[in-house]
Design a protein around this ligand. Structure first.
Ligand code: FAD
Length: 325
């Protein structure tokens, strides 16, 4: 969010949800080509290969089978089956990965119960194989239901599931404080959705300050609970997941962790595939667990638009490719 111009950001976040724009932009070959910078491919095989390469470079991964806001039950069930296939492939191949999913892809906007049943199938299957599932956080109308669904699974004994929180929202400090007390493994990000000023900090400096505060809260809570480290097989993350490509946020997290003697293996950095790969490798070489978010599938349009929204340079790259085609 920091590197983007507010008007450009709003524009791309708006068209990320517009069906007409999706139809036009997906029909251009150049879109698919440029999206490939952030999306490893359209098939599970391509994602597995990308993760093997990351693993060989000392990086762990999390799969994202692209898709969101499904409009019927059959699509939600297909997405659930895709996640079950991912889990089977992780176990078959022994790759160092877990999986991240979006509730709107598993039916949240159709019915809470349908979504809960779908997610439960995935998390149960993951638990049987000793795997971990991360529930991505979407826009503000979904936040309460996302936390509620996570709590329901925890009550059922499914503890191999964690949440994402967005530093841009005013409510996040309260939410993070509550779920940390319940043992939640957290991925903290800045927030990729368009939110009104009544709910989210409009200024980037406030989002950054919130980010650093939240990281300190997460580290303090993890220390109080014994500072559990990432699992040796690279699948279960620690409590503290710092998902950013921002050098200053990374430096602030490292500085606080060092100051309080927090173990490196309890502080996981997470980044998106194709973004700051040299920083990913530097952090891994420095002894931190690093997890790369590997998105694949045919439904790459909204994910791609959010990446354009984050950074004007990506838009210029896209436009220059468009005129070169
Ligand atoms: C692993 C992971 C999972 C995420 N999950 C969620 C989620 O569940 N919900 C959610 O709302 N958001 C999620 N996000 C997105 C996040 O909210 C931000 O939109 C995104 O990470 C950009 O913010 P930043 O922290 O990198 O900081 P920024 O200040 O935006 O960027 C810092 C620097 O990183 C680089 N950079 C950042 N974005 C890009 C880009 N698109 N292209 C090229 N360079 C870039 C640039 O060098 C930039 O100067 C996730 C991000 C990561 C890394």
């Amino acid at each position: 969010m920091n590197g983007s111009l507010p008007v450009l950001r709003s524009f791309f976040l708006f068209i990320s949800k517009a069906r007409w724009a999706r139809q036009i932009i997906m029909s251009w070959g150049v879109s698919r080509r440029v999206a490939r910078r952030f999306v490893v491919g359209e098939t599970l095989d391509e994602a597995v290969q990308a993760i093997r390469d990351l693993n060989a470079a000392g990086l762990n991964a999390t799969f994202d089978h692209l898709g969101e806001s499904v409009t019927n039950e059959a699509e939600a069930v297909r997405a659930t089956d895709a996640y079950l296939a991912i889990l089977a492939r992780i176990l078959e191949t022994g790759i160092r990965s877990n999986a991240s999913l979006k509730l709107s892809q598993l039916g949240l906007n159709l019915s809470y119960d349908l979504c809960l049943n779908n997610v439960r199938r995935v998390v149960q299957k993951a638990a049987e194989g000793g795997l971990f599932i991360r529930i991505d956080m979407e826009d503000t109308p979904t936040v309460d239901r996302t936390i509620e669904l996570w709590r329901t699974l925890r009550k059922e004994g499914l503890v191999n599931v964690g949440l994402v929180f967005q530093a841009c929202l005013y409510r996040t400090e309260r939410d993070v404080s509550a779920v940390l007390a319940e043992g939640c493994r957290i991925r903290l990000c800045k927030g990729a959705y368009k939110e009104p000023a009544s709910l989210a900090y409009p200024k980037k400096s406030d989002v950054d300050a919130s980010y650093d505060r939240l990281v300190r809260m997460m580290i303090d809570a993890a220390r109080a609970g014994g500072a559990e480290c990432a699992s040796a097989d690279g699948r279960r993350p620690p409590i503290t997941g710092v998902a950013t490509h921002d050098d200053k946020r990374v430096a602030a997290a490292r500085a606080y962790a060092e100051q309080v003697g927090f173990p490196k293996q309890a502080l996981e950095f997470q980044m998106l595939y194709g973004i700051r790969p040299e920083l990913q490798r530097q952090l891994a070489a420095a002894g931190y667990p690093v997890r790369v978010y590997v998105a694949y599938g045919t439904e790459w349009y909204p994910f791609f638009m959010r990446r354009l929204a984050e950074r004007p340079a990506n838009v210029w790259f896209f436009v220059s490719n468009f005129f070169r085609r």
